[in-house]
Ligand binder design. Structure first.
Ligand SMILES: [Ca+2]
Ligand SMILES: [Ca+2]
Length: 362
């Protein structure tokens, strides 16, 4: 019977993730000494003294949603005298390039989160002697104010591309940094509130600079995925979680109604609170709530009761603060049972609310 409802809602588009591929150079803003070397590949700085350059992606990331990005980076061929490094920067404004030299184009960018890959040893910044990475904030480069690191990495100025991968999770508020498949650093903190001044729409770019010493720095963007579904670890069982993220109908198991009544039992609120948290964590999603009854009683009364059941759920969510325009509800009476109406257990299962989660089309 769920099949019928599935067909009914099949027209609604459900996006599990928005994956970007086939990047175009127009998607990026090139500034300073940077130049294009492919559709998603750029030289940030040439092997020259005292230059800085940056590449900014024009589409903002939403820090309220999880994301994963992968870049190939090339830090040049001069290990001994190579300088200065790059910073993958996140800022709540379309940015510019910061200062040259040890600033790596990052110094001077306020309200910023930066992942630095530093190849030059500046003693007064408490740099490590070897190539190193760190998570920095607000355009400051002294490691006394690092959010994480510095940690040493093997020489990265080896004329090769290396894979830099970043994973952000808004539910755990954790950012993880991987180089060539190994996690090197992580930082946990409310970056939206503490660094981006409450703004979750964040632009990202890569800045680089040289100083007295030089190296060419290049990168290619491989992947960005700003996922639109997030289900907290503690909320919902594994099947419900999978169904929610795959756009399937979910029967709210813990939400129970008495026969002939639209009021749910007190222990139903636990399940409804999970749904509330899901909607709060996934602000782009809307839900459709359908109410159902068992087959006992008058069909037209049942239809009214089922609609009241769906409304009771919608009202509860609205009362908790979910916007009214994100919730649709309706009732189907006993028309779509999921179990036999011959037994009390079956009838209890049929008295239910089903929810369907979707992303409204713009
Ligand atoms: Ca080196
Ligand atoms: Ca340095």
């Amino acid at each position: 019977m769920q099949k019928i409802i599935l067909t009914f809602i099949a027209a609604l588009l459900f996006l599990v993730s928005v994956a970007q591929s086939g990047f175009k150079s127009e998607d990026f803003r090139i500034s300073g000494a940077a130049s294009k070397i492919g559709e998603s590949c750029f030289q940030l700085v040439p092997d020259e003294q005292w230059v800085s350059g940056s590449i900014w992606h024009k589409q903002a990331l939403d820090f309220n949603l999880p994301f994963e990005m992968e870049l190939k980076i090339m830090m040049g061929c001069n290990d001994r005298w190579g300088a200065d490094g790059i910073v993958l920067a996140f800022v709540p404004y379309m940015a510019r390039t910061g200062y040259t030299g040890e600033g790596m184009g990052f110094r001077g960018l306020p309200h910023s989160l930066g992942i630095e890959i530093d190849t030059y040893y500046n003693t007064h910044l408490d740099d490590l002697e070897s190539d190193h990475i760190a998570i920095m904030a607000n355009g400051y480069l002294h490691h006394a104010s690092s959010l994480a690191g510095p940690v040493a990495i093997p020489n990265i100025e080896d004329c090769r591309f290396h894979l830099l991968k970043i994973i952000w999770s808004p539910s755990s508020k954790q950012i993880e940094v991987y180089i060539d498949g190994k996690m090197k650093l992580s930082y946990k903190g409310d970056v939206v509130k503490d660094i981006f001044m409450g703004d979750s729409k964040i632009y990202w770019g890569i800045t680089a600079a040289t100083g007295r010493y030089t190296n060419k720095h290049e990168f290619c963007l491989e992947k960005i995925e700003n996922k639109v579904v997030t289900v907290s670890e503690k909320d919902f069982d594994i099947v419900t979680k999978r169904n929610l993220t795959q756009g399937q109908i979910v029967s709210l198991k813990g939400v129970e109604f008495n026969s002939g009544s639209s009021s749910f039992s007190d222990n139903s609120t636990e399940e409804l609170d999970k749904l509330y948290r899901f909607l709060k964590d996934n602000p782009k999603h809307s839900i459709s709530v359908s109410g159902h009854t068992d087959s006992s009683g008058n069909p037209s009364t049942n239809k009214a009761i089922s609609e009241q059941r769906a409304k009771a759920v919608a009202d509860y969510l609205k009362k908790r603060g979910i916007e009214a325009d994100r919730i649709k509800y309706g009732g189907y009476g006993g028309k779509y049972p999921t179990a036999s109406n011959q037994t009390e257990a079956g009838r209890k299962q049929n008295r239910r609310v089903d929810i369907y989660v979707y992303v409204p089309q713009a």
